[in-house]
Design a protein around this ligand. Sequence first.
Ligand code: SF4
Ligand code: SF4
Length: 135
Amino acid sequence: MSSENSHECKSDEFLEVISEKSGQDIGNCYQCGKCTAGCPMAAQMDLPPSMVMRYMQMGISEELKKASSRWDCVGCLVCGDRCPKLCNPASVMEALRVDDIKSGRRVAELSDLPVNFVKKAPQQALVSGLRKYVP
Ligand code: SF4
Ligand code: SF4
């Protein structure tokens, strides 16, 4: 997970899966907070993108599993655009969502969405809107 010039990271199997799926070298994040400052959903999140990166570095996997911010993420990619270290927290968010779905831990329910949105949105938006980066 870490490379030359990156911070040492604690890890476990869950964190290794998320790192691998996201394709991110989590140790490169130096916690400047620019991703969170630009995230349009940060105010709604229990764990904004910079903190997700920090929890990954610190090996706080149980709290990471409990957090729901990945389901507030709208996949806009602003976080990655702003990162001076070329990290992409959006990919980490998606890897966490995919892991949620695969493990049955938590999924976004259709009933969580506003009825008017569901009636008007194309099916493709519902299926692919948050599945852009992780296979
Ligand atoms: S902008 Fe990049 S380096 Fe800064 S906190 Fe976010 S992920 Fe880490
Ligand atoms: S992709 Fe997600 S985490 Fe990144 S800025 Fe957009 S809403 Fe925030």
